[in-house]
Write a protein that binds this ligand. Sequence first.
Ligand code: ARG
Length: 254
Amino acid sequence: MKKNLSRVVSVLLLVAMSAMLVVGCGSKKSGMTVEEGKLIMGTNAAFPPYEYYEGDTIVGIDAEIAQAIADELGLELVIEDMEFDGIIGAVTAGKVDMGLAGMTVTEDRLENVNFSDTYAHASQVVIVTNDSEIATVDDLANKTVGVQLGTTGDIYAEDIEGVTLERYNKGFEAVQSLLTGKIDAVIIDEQPAKAFVSQNEGIKILEEKFTDEDYAAAIAKDNTELVEAVNKALANLKSSGKLDEIVAKYITED
Ligand code: ARG
Protein backbone atom coordinates (compact mmCIF):
# COMPACT_ATOMS: atom_id res chain seq x y z
CA MET A 1 0.00 0.00 0.00
CA LYS A 2 2.71 2.43 1.05
CA LYS A 3 4.71 1.49 -2.00
CA ASN A 4 1.72 2.20 -4.22
CA LEU A 5 1.24 5.58 -2.64
CA SER A 6 4.80 6.63 -3.29
CA ARG A 7 4.37 5.45 -6.87
CA VAL A 8 1.27 7.60 -7.22
CA VAL A 9 3.18 10.54 -5.77
CA SER A 10 6.08 10.10 -8.15
CA VAL A 11 3.76 9.74 -11.13
CA LEU A 12 1.99 12.92 -10.05
CA LEU A 13 5.36 14.63 -9.71
CA LEU A 14 6.30 13.53 -13.19
CA VAL A 15 3.03 14.83 -14.60
CA ALA A 16 3.52 18.14 -12.82
CA MET A 17 7.11 18.41 -14.04
CA SER A 18 6.22 17.71 -17.64
CA ALA A 19 3.37 20.20 -17.43
CA MET A 20 5.89 22.78 -16.24
CA LEU A 21 8.17 21.86 -19.12
CA VAL A 22 5.36 22.29 -21.61
CA VAL A 23 4.44 25.68 -20.12
CA GLY A 24 8.11 26.65 -20.16
CA CYS A 25 8.45 25.73 -23.82
CA GLY A 26 5.24 27.55 -24.58
CA SER A 27 6.45 30.86 -23.28
CA LYS A 28 9.82 30.39 -24.92
CA LYS A 29 8.17 29.84 -28.26
CA SER A 30 6.38 33.16 -27.98
CA GLY A 31 9.60 35.04 -27.39
CA MET A 32 10.26 37.45 -24.57
CA THR A 33 7.57 40.13 -24.35
CA VAL A 34 7.26 43.26 -22.24
CA GLU A 35 4.08 42.00 -20.60
CA GLU A 36 3.45 38.30 -20.29
CA GLY A 37 0.93 36.99 -22.79
CA LYS A 38 0.83 40.26 -24.72
CA LEU A 39 2.45 41.52 -27.88
CA ILE A 40 2.59 45.31 -27.62
CA MET A 41 3.03 47.08 -30.94
CA GLY A 42 4.08 50.71 -31.17
CA THR A 43 2.90 52.53 -34.27
CA ASN A 44 1.89 55.90 -35.70
CA ALA A 45 -1.61 55.45 -37.01
CA ALA A 46 -1.67 58.26 -39.56
CA PHE A 47 -0.13 56.28 -42.35
CA PRO A 48 -2.73 54.69 -44.64
CA PRO A 49 -2.93 51.94 -45.80
CA TYR A 50 -0.42 50.55 -43.23
CA GLU A 51 -2.02 52.01 -40.09
CA TYR A 52 -4.87 54.45 -39.71
CA TYR A 53 -8.07 54.95 -37.75
CA GLU A 54 -11.41 53.60 -38.77
CA GLY A 55 -13.57 55.15 -36.05
CA ASP A 56 -11.76 54.32 -32.81
CA THR A 57 -10.00 51.28 -34.20
CA ILE A 58 -6.53 51.16 -35.73
CA VAL A 59 -6.69 49.17 -38.95
CA GLY A 60 -4.39 48.60 -41.92
CA ILE A 61 -1.77 46.25 -43.27
CA ASP A 62 0.55 46.51 -40.24
CA ALA A 63 -2.33 46.10 -37.78
CA GLU A 64 -3.41 42.92 -39.55
CA ILE A 65 0.12 41.56 -39.86
CA ALA A 66 0.65 42.18 -36.15
CA GLN A 67 -2.63 40.43 -35.33
CA ALA A 68 -1.59 37.44 -37.43
CA ILE A 69 1.83 37.34 -35.73
CA ALA A 70 0.19 37.55 -32.30
CA ASP A 71 -2.19 34.72 -33.28
CA GLU A 72 0.74 32.57 -34.41
CA LEU A 73 2.54 33.19 -31.13
CA GLY A 74 -0.54 32.77 -28.96
CA LEU A 75 -0.29 36.33 -27.65
CA GLU A 76 -2.85 39.09 -27.23
CA LEU A 77 -2.13 42.06 -29.51
CA VAL A 78 -2.11 45.54 -27.98
CA ILE A 79 -1.57 48.53 -30.30
CA GLU A 80 -0.15 51.75 -28.93
CA ASP A 81 -0.37 54.87 -31.08
CA MET A 82 2.46 57.40 -30.75
CA GLU A 83 4.49 59.91 -32.76
CA PHE A 84 6.55 58.11 -35.39
CA ASP A 85 9.58 59.87 -34.00
CA GLY A 86 9.13 58.12 -30.63
CA ILE A 87 8.72 54.52 -31.77
CA ILE A 88 12.39 53.47 -31.71
CA GLY A 89 12.77 55.03 -28.25
CA ALA A 90 9.71 53.12 -27.01
CA VAL A 91 11.24 49.88 -28.34
CA THR A 92 14.65 50.46 -26.75
CA ALA A 93 13.06 51.56 -23.45
CA GLY A 94 11.05 48.32 -23.36
CA LYS A 95 7.71 50.15 -23.42
CA VAL A 96 6.60 48.23 -26.51
CA ASP A 97 7.68 44.85 -27.91
CA MET A 98 7.94 45.92 -31.50
CA GLY A 99 7.60 48.94 -33.70
CA LEU A 100 5.47 48.12 -36.73
CA ALA A 101 4.84 51.31 -38.61
CA GLY A 102 5.82 51.01 -42.25
CA MET A 103 9.27 51.43 -40.79
CA THR A 104 12.19 51.33 -43.17
CA VAL A 105 15.31 49.36 -42.29
CA THR A 106 18.24 51.79 -42.16
CA GLU A 107 21.86 51.48 -41.01
CA ASP A 108 21.34 54.21 -38.42
CA ARG A 109 18.30 52.53 -36.89
CA LEU A 110 20.14 49.21 -36.82
CA GLU A 111 22.54 50.79 -34.34
CA ASN A 112 19.67 51.06 -31.84
CA VAL A 113 17.30 48.20 -32.64
CA ASN A 114 17.08 44.86 -34.36
CA PHE A 115 14.89 44.44 -37.41
CA SER A 116 12.85 41.38 -38.31
CA ASP A 117 12.93 40.05 -41.86
CA THR A 118 11.40 42.54 -44.26
CA TYR A 119 7.75 42.23 -45.27
CA ALA A 120 7.28 44.95 -47.91
CA HIS A 121 9.16 46.96 -50.50
CA ALA A 122 8.54 50.67 -50.43
CA SER A 123 9.71 53.97 -51.90
CA GLN A 124 9.76 57.60 -50.98
CA VAL A 125 7.92 59.55 -53.66
CA VAL A 126 7.39 63.24 -54.36
CA ILE A 127 3.93 64.85 -54.28
CA VAL A 128 3.46 68.19 -56.06
CA THR A 129 0.52 70.26 -57.22
CA ASN A 130 -0.77 69.48 -60.72
CA ASP A 131 0.50 72.83 -62.04
CA SER A 132 3.94 72.52 -60.39
CA GLU A 133 7.13 73.24 -62.33
CA ILE A 134 8.77 70.39 -60.39
CA ALA A 135 8.92 67.37 -62.70
CA THR A 136 11.92 65.41 -61.42
CA VAL A 137 13.78 64.85 -58.17
CA ASP A 138 16.53 67.24 -59.38
CA ASP A 139 13.96 70.02 -59.62
CA LEU A 140 13.62 69.88 -55.82
CA ALA A 141 16.89 71.83 -55.42
CA ASN A 142 16.34 75.09 -53.51
CA LYS A 143 12.67 74.27 -52.91
CA THR A 144 10.67 74.04 -49.69
CA VAL A 145 9.81 70.40 -49.04
CA GLY A 146 7.48 68.96 -46.41
CA VAL A 147 8.24 65.66 -44.65
CA GLN A 148 7.10 63.67 -41.64
CA LEU A 149 9.49 64.24 -38.73
CA GLY A 150 12.06 61.49 -38.25
CA THR A 151 11.11 59.50 -41.32
CA THR A 152 13.45 58.42 -44.09
CA GLY A 153 11.82 61.13 -46.20
CA ASP A 154 13.08 63.63 -43.62
CA ILE A 155 16.53 62.05 -43.38
CA TYR A 156 17.23 61.65 -47.10
CA ALA A 157 15.66 64.95 -48.15
CA GLU A 158 18.39 66.70 -46.18
CA ASP A 159 20.75 65.82 -49.02
CA ILE A 160 18.81 67.83 -51.60
CA GLU A 161 20.84 70.87 -52.59
CA GLY A 162 19.64 74.12 -51.05
CA VAL A 163 16.44 72.54 -49.76
CA THR A 164 14.36 74.02 -46.96
CA LEU A 165 12.68 71.26 -44.95
CA GLU A 166 9.36 71.72 -43.19
CA ARG A 167 8.85 68.90 -40.69
CA TYR A 168 5.39 67.76 -39.63
CA ASN A 169 4.24 65.21 -37.05
CA LYS A 170 1.86 63.66 -39.55
CA GLY A 171 2.19 63.11 -43.27
CA PHE A 172 -1.21 64.58 -44.11
CA GLU A 173 -0.27 67.83 -42.38
CA ALA A 174 2.49 68.18 -44.96
CA VAL A 175 -0.03 67.47 -47.72
CA GLN A 176 -2.33 70.17 -46.31
CA SER A 177 0.55 72.65 -46.43
CA LEU A 178 1.14 71.72 -50.06
CA LEU A 179 -2.53 72.25 -50.86
CA THR A 180 -2.48 75.71 -49.31
CA GLY A 181 0.70 76.66 -51.17
CA LYS A 182 2.95 76.91 -48.10
CA ILE A 183 5.44 74.38 -49.48
CA ASP A 184 6.50 73.22 -52.95
CA ALA A 185 6.46 69.44 -52.51
CA VAL A 186 6.02 66.59 -50.04
CA ILE A 187 8.32 63.59 -49.76
CA ILE A 188 6.59 60.58 -48.25
CA ASP A 189 6.18 56.81 -48.69
CA GLU A 190 4.44 55.74 -51.89
CA GLN A 191 1.34 54.05 -50.48
CA PRO A 192 0.32 56.85 -48.09
CA ALA A 193 1.14 59.28 -50.94
CA LYS A 194 -1.36 57.44 -53.14
CA ALA A 195 -3.96 57.52 -50.37
CA PHE A 196 -3.49 61.27 -49.77
CA VAL A 197 -3.53 62.08 -53.50
CA SER A 198 -6.72 60.08 -54.05
CA GLN A 199 -8.38 61.95 -51.17
CA ASN A 200 -7.45 65.44 -52.44
CA GLU A 201 -7.90 67.23 -55.75
CA GLY A 202 -5.11 69.09 -57.51
CA ILE A 203 -2.05 67.09 -56.46
CA LYS A 204 -0.07 64.29 -58.10
CA ILE A 205 2.88 61.96 -57.56
CA LEU A 206 6.03 62.39 -59.68
CA GLU A 207 6.92 59.38 -61.76
CA GLU A 208 10.54 59.43 -60.61
CA LYS A 209 10.89 57.85 -57.18
CA PHE A 210 13.11 59.35 -54.53
CA THR A 211 14.32 56.14 -52.79
CA ASP A 212 13.93 52.36 -52.60
CA GLU A 213 13.33 50.89 -49.15
CA ASP A 214 12.14 47.85 -47.20
CA TYR A 215 9.82 47.69 -44.20
CA ALA A 216 10.41 45.49 -41.13
CA ALA A 217 9.45 45.26 -37.45
CA ALA A 218 11.82 47.00 -35.02
CA ILE A 219 12.58 44.95 -31.90
CA ALA A 220 14.89 45.58 -28.93
CA LYS A 221 18.52 44.58 -29.51
CA ASP A 222 18.63 42.12 -26.63
CA ASN A 223 15.37 40.42 -27.61
CA THR A 224 16.67 38.04 -30.27
CA GLU A 225 14.08 35.53 -29.08
CA LEU A 226 11.25 37.76 -30.25
CA VAL A 227 13.02 38.54 -33.53
CA GLU A 228 13.21 34.81 -34.22
CA ALA A 229 9.58 34.27 -33.24
CA VAL A 230 8.41 37.17 -35.44
CA ASN A 231 10.54 35.94 -38.35
CA LYS A 232 9.04 32.48 -38.05
CA ALA A 233 5.53 33.92 -37.96
CA LEU A 234 6.31 36.16 -40.96
CA ALA A 235 7.68 33.18 -42.90
CA ASN A 236 4.45 31.28 -42.24
CA LEU A 237 2.37 34.26 -43.34
CA LYS A 238 4.40 34.50 -46.54
CA SER A 239 4.28 30.80 -47.42
CA SER A 240 0.59 30.42 -46.60
CA GLY A 241 -0.35 33.36 -48.82
CA LYS A 242 -1.93 35.16 -45.86
CA LEU A 243 0.45 38.12 -46.18
CA ASP A 244 -0.51 38.64 -49.84
CA GLU A 245 -4.12 38.39 -48.83
CA ILE A 246 -3.74 41.14 -46.23
CA VAL A 247 -1.86 43.41 -48.65
CA ALA A 248 -4.42 42.81 -51.43
CA LYS A 249 -7.19 43.89 -49.08
CA TYR A 250 -5.63 47.36 -48.74
CA ILE A 251 -3.65 47.90 -51.95
CA THR A 252 -5.20 47.45 -55.36
CA GLU A 253 -2.57 47.46 -58.10
CA ASP A 254 -3.01 50.16 -60.70
N1 ARG B 1 9.11 54.47 -44.08
C1 ARG B 1 9.36 55.70 -43.42
C2 ARG B 1 10.36 55.51 -42.33
O1 ARG B 1 10.58 54.43 -41.89
C3 ARG B 1 8.12 56.36 -42.88
C4 ARG B 1 7.28 55.56 -41.97
C5 ARG B 1 6.19 56.36 -41.30
N2 ARG B 1 5.29 55.50 -40.63
C6 ARG B 1 4.21 55.90 -39.92
N3 ARG B 1 3.44 54.99 -39.40
N4 ARG B 1 3.96 57.16 -39.80
O2 ARG B 1 10.97 56.42 -41.86
